[in-house]
Design a protein around this ligand. Sequence first.
Ligand SMILES: [Zn+2]
Length: 285
Amino acid sequence: MNATPEKIIPGVVAELNPLVRRLTAPNPGVMTGPGTNTYIVGEQDLAVIDPGPVIESHLQGLIGAVGDRLRWIVCTHTHLDHSPAAMALKHATGAQVVGMPTADDGRQDTTFAPDRVLGEHDTVDLGSCVLRAVHTPGHVANHLCYLLENQQLLFTGDHIMQGSTVVITPPGGDMSDYLASLAKLLRMDIAELAPGHGHVITRPHDEIRRLITHRLKREQKVLDAFAKKNPATLDELLPLAYDDVPAKIHHVARRSLHAHLIKLLHDELVSEHAGYWALESTSTQ
Ligand SMILES: [Zn+2]
């Protein structure tokens, strides 16, 4: 949208275009960047995409921004930084909660109770515009992106973030699904990406191709790590496969490494026995 976008300031409503405003929650961090982006979409009837965590100032900011026009509270997925404020916002405004539930893997918002369950191609009608759900499992199984159809603007939640790498945490997260969901977006007509964390991303297909390349490079680094130790535990592989990543975030990288290994197991390139991962003898590096 802008070559040098203005700094994201939590609590300050940013108008991205006449149909889309962004209010970022004050929950910055390693996993959340500047904070969780809540988007307010529409002209008359409004939708909020990802109400964020329950933080009173954020909730009051949202209520102030939507007035009495909020119809839909739309969730991309049910991680704790995205959906927990849905219930409080519903009680305050009477809007309906929509999204896709999933099994709790210990990382989900268990208060999430959609009035309407959405799946692939389902739409949220805002009168002057329509949001269409695009099922993008991978970051987590119930992840939905939403396409604002008249702008071809895709709200990507945590499927694609700006400024940080998406963490894939098994068992809810799945690297094979993640790559397939990225490839699916490549086939869509998309003008821009509005992520759950960070700035709007222009040239979406270039960015999606870059992300796929990044993941496949990491997969190759995981395979290459076995040249140094085979078989090896997850913790032995971690510093080898992520030697380009600061050690202080290895505990996060460990989850994505696990996801890579599970994908390689499904691809029959590695095997696992009693916590030891081994390169299959037929694998080529
Ligand atoms: Zn998430």
